[in-house]
Design a binder for this molecule. Structure first.
Ligand code: PLP
Length: 407
């Protein structure tokens, strides 16, 4: 036997460059999490793996602030977590109120329609939070709606919506609530049980600072009841929670469902250990303090935020590209000259904004300072008028004011 396809002529390993990740995710990863990832592979039904998966559920309940039994990590990126929520909770013919104020609300509409449901869309301007009053109006006009879905932290704009208010309106009208907490979890307050969220999905690679590819999810008892009472089978075999439960479920013997990404789960476990060691309140305060310093620096450079102050996410800072400055060129120069990755605008904001993430392990004063000095020098050489050093001075002042740096 001989091969019929010729051996490729250039065969070489490809090392990844070292970058500082200040975009919309993935975020920087702590060496402890990378070390956990690099451990030997063990079987996914090995007692040591089963014990880790049980502990992972416990740590996720803390991160989500929930007592939900059905809390685990879906094997797949945030989008698979999103789809898991929709394919299980939407039955053909169901009406779902979907709030859209950015990219990810749009993706929710797709999910509802592909699951055979009808989406009633509540629109808000990109950059604005979801208006709970509009949700209430939509529920009054659609008393047969079964579900309300919204994005808590809209990564495409940096707007944070009032999850508690939206969930309260949904509850009043007898609807279950799906919240996207991909960018919020670990970076800003998420209180599933207090707010009354029935189903949520997050992502490993944003404020949890783990490698991409896992989606923490959680379902309330009411959501589980609804899934168990379905008249039709979930159309996805892989995401059918009735089957996944046998694998991730309680103390009962595990039955093989799929091979979980063991090493990634160990890494996620370590990142959750680090979050618990720091404590949620401290993690939220860290994200806020770094945001305030970055904001002070941006304002000293005359840059403008997309989102009004009260609705801004500390971990995702969307800034308008100043008049006369070339969007892509600045991003390319930050990457090639400073190894600094930032995000571009999406949809109607493409070419108009830059998105600076301060997520998880990326949310550190040295990243804020590097970012401000790098941006200052790139902008100055693009002909943008600014006062050299002003941004860093303003950020330092903000750190002193918030007590991060001693006065
Ligand atoms: C990143 C993101 C997603 C999708 O997550 P992936 O891991 O890229 O699939 C969903 N919703 C929001 C708000 C996000 O920021």
């Amino acid at each position: 036997m001989t091969t019929t396809i010729a051996r490729p002529d250039k065969i070489a390993s490809l090392p990844a460059p070292k970058r500082i990740l200040m975009g919309p995710g993935p975020s920087d990863i702590h060496p402890r999490v990378l070390a956990a990832l690099g451990q030997p592979v063990i079987g996914h039904l090995d007692p040591a793996c089963v014990a880790m998966m049980d502990d992972l559920k416990r740590l996720l309940r803390y991160a989500f602030q929930t007592n939900n039994e059905l809390t685990f990590a879906v094997s797949g990126p945030g989008s698979v977590g999103m789809e898991t929520c929709f394919v299980n909770l939407v039955e053909p013919g169901n009406k779902v109120i979907v709030c859209r104020n950015g990219v990810f609300g749009g993706r929710m509409i797709e999910n509802v329609q592909r699951a055979g449901g009808t989406a009633v869309v509540v629109e808000d301007t990109w950059g604005e939070p979801v208006d709970p009053q509009k949700v209430e109006d939509a529920l009054k006009q659609n008393p047969d709606a079964k579900l309300v879905a919204f994005v808590h932290a809209e990564t495409s704009t940096g707007a944070q919506s009032d999850a508690a208010a939206i969930a309260a309106v949904a509850e009043k009208h007898g609807c279950l609530v799906i919240a996207d907490t991909v960018t919020s979890l670990g970076g800003t307050k998420v209180l599933l049980d207090q707010w009354g969220i029935d189903a949520t999905y997050s992502g490993s690679q944003k404020c949890l600072s783990c490698t991409p590819g896992l989606s923490p999810v959680s379902f309330s008892a009411r959501a589980v009841e609804r899934i168990k009472a379905r008249k039709t089978k979930v159309q996805s075999w892989f995401m059918d929670l009735n089957l996944v439960l046998e694998y991730w479920g309680g103390a009962a013997k595990r039955t093989y469902h799929h091979t979980a990404p063991v090493n990634s789960l160990f890494a996620l476990h370590e990142s959750l250990v680090m979050l618990a060691e720091e404590g949620l309140e401290k993690a939220w305060a860290r994200h806020r303090n770094n945001h305030l310093a970055l904001k002070a620096g941006f304002e000293a450079m005359g840059l403008k935020f997309v989102v009004r102050e009260e609705a801004r996410l500390p971990q995702l800072n969307a800034i308008y590209v100043p008049e006369g400055v070339a969007d892509a060129e600045v991003r390319t120069r930050l990457l090639t000259e400073y190894n600094l990755e930032i995000g571009a605008g999406l949809g109607p904001l493409a070419g108009k904004v830059w998105r600076f993430g301060l997520m998880g392990y990326s949310s550190r004063p040295e990243n804020v300072m590097l970012c401000l000095s790098a941006l200052e020098s790139v902008l100055a050489s693009s002909g943008y008028a600014l006062k050299a050093g002003a941004a860093e001075a303003a950020a330092k002042q903000a750190y002193t004011a918030s007590g991060v740096v001693a006065a």
